[in-house]
Design a protein around this ligand. Sequence first.
Ligand code: SF4
Length: 432
Amino acid sequence: MAKLEIEGEYGEARHGAFFAEFGNNGLDPDDLAAFPDYLICARAGELQTVESERILQAFVEGLPIKVLVQTDDLLEESMIGGDYLISGLPSRQLASTVIGFGMHYVLQSSSSSLFRLREQIARGLAYPGPALFSIFSGASGTRIPPYLTAAAAAESRAFPAFIYDPSAGPDWASRFSLDANSQIDLDWPRQRFDYEDEEHQLVSENLAFTLVDFAACDPRFTRYFAKVPRMKWSADLVPVTEFLAREPKDLSEKVPCLLMVDCDNRLQKVIVNDKLVREARRCAEAWRSLQELGGVHNSHAARLVEQERKIWAGQSRPLTAPEQKKTDATPSELPAASNSAPAEAVAERSSDDPYIETARCTSCNECTQINDKMFGYDANKQASIINPDAGTYRQLVEAAESCQVSIIHPGKPRNPNEPDLDELSRRAEPFL
Ligand code: SF4
């Protein structure tokens, strides 16, 4: 119509009826497909409510747009009391609302993972419809390099990666993926940390990287931590990972602490402010919701498995005398199939022997990765201790700490000469 107007050829009588059919908004999906996609770039920190609403409106109408929302800082001031929150709320809200529409491509990631996700980005750009890319750049203005901040945000679940691709299949299992995150079975990824103790001995620990660790990298959180002199280190200082894994009511006398390394490369212990611990609990909850969407520790599936297990247990025949005798054997002597016995059956075991409540195992691989000679799966892919002497007490304790459902009981040390038994026994206490 505009072209005809410019050329002076538009005639109401001749062309009016033809163009009237288009109406005010008369582009159907085939018409829209002929347009090139528009790339809209926005900074999450500068997005006004009205702009977010317009972007969402464009998604609802299926306009040919690809939207990149860049978040530079996950920190926000709390509305109550001037504290900081680590949330990245605007971009999170946008991504979850667009996923809720169910028809558009959504990719969320830290900038540190972009190269690894290049194929998924290309797929999103080629997606026949609107797509949202929500990226945390890490350029928050602190002295930490943005790449490291972005990687730490991903590792600590502060800004987890996910992809929702409606073209990948008809259901959530095929559309939604958390695979770009590290160790997706766990609340917090665990990595090996080596250091030298005061006797110049090498110590290796498997440490989780939590939201508290992420905050500890940010100078703006300095006031949330306080250094504890070495002479005041005590059993009441509980590692923050352990603190987060337990119920607040069980921790009234305990103080969460974190290992940090100072400018002279010396190991320090710092205690952590309550508010930050609450933030970390909230972050873990949000991550667990994502895990459910991604089919990890899915509560519906777990409930079904439990129902099936009960039916199976109800249909099992009573044990014969020789079989009964075998159930009195130590856990490591039990055949794989009998490890599916109900949890009450294991309650009577001696707490000196290590054992696993096998029936509750979620097959997350965490313990078998620590030592696959000590921990093994039965025919139902549920873990038990196949040889308690195939590793160290440290490995038993670390497996107990890693197990997300707290079903590994490390018992008492089996080798009195193993180093650090006092410390390990203290760490084992919650799992005895
Ligand atoms: S025992 Fe715990 S850590 Fe080991 S596989 Fe089962 S759930 Fe995972």
